[in-house]
Design a protein around this ligand. Structure first.
Ligand code: AHR
Length: 512
C-alpha cells in the first residue's frame, strides 16, 4: 500500500486478498464534487414526461398546474441540481414554438423516434421551466441542430432569457410570463453523430460554431454553451471537436450506457443470472476508462480545464419490460442498478476536475429511472435510494484517498470488489460511500482516517441491500428495497474503522 500513488478513487486493478483498504486524508481536499454530477435527464420518450411527470391540470391525479404531485414530491427529495430536456433524440426533432401558447391549440404531431405516438405538445417551455422552479433546479435545455434552424435556436434563447423589448419577449409575455427565466445550460444539438443528423465530426464542429454564435447571453444570464460530444469510445469525435471548436464551447458531452452483453440481446432488467450481474457491473466500470481517455484528449487542447466534460446520458439499458411498447424503453430497476449508480457516481467524483455535470437517463419510467409510475400510483427504485443517500456528496470537498480493493472474480475475469469515495460536507461531516459489487461474498474494508481533529467521532450511516440480487420495488410492494440504518462499521483500538458490507450492497457512512 505504501508505494501506491495517492488517488481519490479505487484504481480499477484489483488486488488479491480479502480486505479492501483505504487511507483517507481528511485534511487534504483535492477538489469539489460539483452538485450537477447528480443531474437528471427527462425526454419526451415513452411515459417519462407524459404520465410520469405531466398529467395535465384536469387529471384526477393530484397535480400542481399539471405536474403530478407524488412524483414532484419524490423528486424534491433528491435535491436534483439540474434537469436536461427535451431530449435526447427528441431534441433534434423538437420545434419549440409548437409547445407554447394555449394548450388546446398546440400542434399534435408524431413522436417518430419513440414509439410513433402522438405528441400533443402540452408540455413545452413554460411547463418545463415551471417544473424546474418547483424542483429548485437549473434547467438544461437541449436545442435542435439536426432539423432546426439557427434562427429557431436564437429565438428560443431570446424567448426564455431576454428582458427588454423584442418580438420574442413580447411573445413570452403574451404567453403569460412577463419576466425572463434564467437558463444557465444550453446544448447545441444531441448525438449529432447519429439521431441528431448523422454528421461527421468536422461537419458538426462547423455547425456547432455557427449555431452557438447565436446562443446569446442577454443581461446577466450567462449561458454555458454545450457542444455535442462523443458516444462511448469515439475518441476521434472528441479530438476533432476540441481541435476545431474548443474556444467556442464551455462544455463537451459524452454518452455511455451500460448494456450487459450486446445491444441486440441486452437481457431482462429483473430476470438475470449471476453472469449478467457481473457483466453489467464490469461494463459500468468502463466509464472510468472512457472518462479518463476523453479527458486526456481535452487536456491536450485545454490544459487549464476551462471546458467541462458533461456525461449527459448514462445508465443501464436492458430489454423493455414484456408487453410494453419497445419504443418506450420502460424497464424495472433492481439492486443491480443501485450498484451501477453508486459505482458510476464514484467514478464521476474521481474525475470531478473535469466532469462537472452528469445526467442519469432518465428520471421517470425510462431506462434507469429513479421513479416508476403505474396510473395514479408510483414507486421509488433502488437507484432513487442511491441518489438520496449520496446527496451528502453534492458540492462537498472530495478528499484525498489511497485505496486498494479486494478483487471480485467471475469466470477468470476480475474487477474490484468494492468502490469507495470520501467527501467532507460544508458542515464538516465526513461522508464515505462504499459499495460491494460481489453477488455473493461479504466485503471487508479497513479505513485509516488521517487528519481528523477527533478520532472518536460518532459513526452513523445507512445501508441499501436487497433480499435478492434482483430485488426491486413495485407499486404493490413499494418498500421491498429501501435504506436502513447501517450497523456494520466498528472502530478498532488502533483508530482504524472496520466495515463489513453484505454482498450486493451500497452504504454511506457519516463520521462526525
Ligand atoms: O436516452 C435514450 C436515448 O439514448 C436518447 O434519446 C439518445 O440521445 C440516446 O441514444
Amino acid at each position: 500500500m505504501s508505494n501506491q500513488p495517492l488517488s481519490n478513487e479505487p484504481s480499477l486493478t484489483a488486488v488479491d486478498g480479502p480486505v479492501s483498504r483505504a487511507v483517507i486524508n481528511a485534511d487534504r481536499p483535492v477538489g469539489t464534487v460539483d452538485r450537477n454530477i447528480y443531474g437528471h435527464f427527462a425526454e419526451h420518450l415513452g411515459r417519462c414526461i407524459y404520465e410520469g411527470i405531466w398529467v395535465g391540470e384536469d387529471s384526477d391525479i393530484p397535480n400542481t398546474k399539471g405536474i403530478r404531485n407524488d412524483v414532484l414530491k419524490a423528486l424534491q427529495g433528491l435535491d436534483i441540481p439540474v434537469l436536461r430536456w427535451p431530449g435526447g433524440c427528441f431534441a433534434d426533432e423538437y420545434h419549440w414554438k409548437d409547445g407554447i401558447g394555449p394548450r388546446e391549440s398546440r400542434k399534435r404531431m408524431v413522436n417518430t423516434h419513440w414509439g410513433g405516438v402522438v405528441e400533443n405538445n402540452h408540455f413545452g417551455t413554460h411547463e418545463f421551466l415551471l417544473l424546474c422552479e418547483l424542483l429548485g433546479c437549473e434547467p438544461y435545455i437541449n436545442g435542435n441542430v439536426g432539423s432546426g434552424t439557427v434562427q429557431e435556436m436564437q429565438e428560443w434563447v431570446e424567448y426564455m432569457t431576454f428582458a427588454g423589448e423584442s418580438p420574442m419577449s413580447a411573445l413570452r409575455a403574451a404567453g403569460g410570463h412577463e419576466q425572463p427565466w434564467k437558463v444557465r445550460y444550453f446544448g447545441v444539438g444531441n448525438e449529432n453523430w447519429g439521431c441528431g443528423g448523422n454528421m461527421r465530426p468536422e461537419y458538426y464542429a462547423d455547425e456547432y460554431r455557427r449555431y452557438q454564435t447565436y446562443v446569446r447571453n442577454y443581461g446577466d444570464n450567462k449561458i454555458t454553451r454545450i457542444a455535442c460530444g462523443a458516444n462511448d469510445f469515439n475518441y476521434e469525435w472528441t479530438e476533432v471537436l476540441m481541435r476545431e471548436a474548443a474556444s467556442h464551447m464551455d462544455a463537451l458531452t459524452l454518452h455511455y450506457y451500460t448494456v450487459p452483453f450486446v445491444w441486440s440481446e441486452k437481457g431482462s432488467a429483473t430476470d438475470f443470472d449471476t453472469k449478467a450481474w457481473f457483466e453489467t457491473l464490469r461494463k459500468a466500470l468502463v466509464m472510468d476508462e472512457l472518462v479518463g481517455k476523453h479527458k486526456t484528449i481535452m487536456d491536450k487542447y485545454d490544459p487549464a480545464k476551462r471546458i467541462s466534460l458533461i456525461v449527459d446520458e448514462w445508465g443501464t439499458w436492458y430489454d423493455v419490460e414484456p408487453g410494453t411498447n419497445p419504443g418506450f424503453l420502460y424497464q424495472q430497476n433492481t439492486m443491480r442498478d443501485a450498484l451501477v449508480a453508486a459505482a458510476t457516481l464514484h467514478i464521476f467524483h474521481k474525475h470531478s476536475d473535469r466532469v462537472r455535470m452528469a445526467n442519469i437517463a432518465q428520471t421517470v419510467n425510462v431506462l434507469q429511472s429513479v421513479v416508476l409510475t403505474e396510473g395514479e400510483r408510483m414507486t421509488l427504485t433502488p437507484t432513487y435510494h442511491v441518489f438520496e443517500m449520496f446527496k451528502v456528496h453534492q458540492d462537498a470537498e472530495l478528499l484525498d484517498m489511497a485505496f486498494e480493493s479486494a478483487s471480485y472474480t467471475y469466470d477468470g475475469v476480475s474487477i474490484p470488489q468494492t468502490s469507495v469515495s470520501a467527501t467532507r460536507g460544508q458542515d464538516g461531516t465526513l461522508n464515505v460511500s462504499l459499495c460491494n459489487l460481489s453477488h455473493e461474498g461479504e466485503a471487508e474494508l479497513s479505513f485509516e482516517l488521517r487528519g481528523l481533529a477527533a478520532n472518536d467521532a460518532p459513526i452513523g450511516g445507512s445501508l441499501l441491500h436487497g433480499d435478492a440480487l434482483n430485488a426491486h420495488n413495485t407499486v404493490e410492494q413499494p418498500n421491498r428495497v429501501q435504506p436502513e440504518p447501517f450497523a456494520g462499521a466498528q472502530r478498532l483500538e488502533d483508530g482504524r474503522i472496520r466495515v463489513t458490507l453484505p454482498a450486493a450492497s451500497v452504504a454511506v457512512l457519516r463520521i462526525g
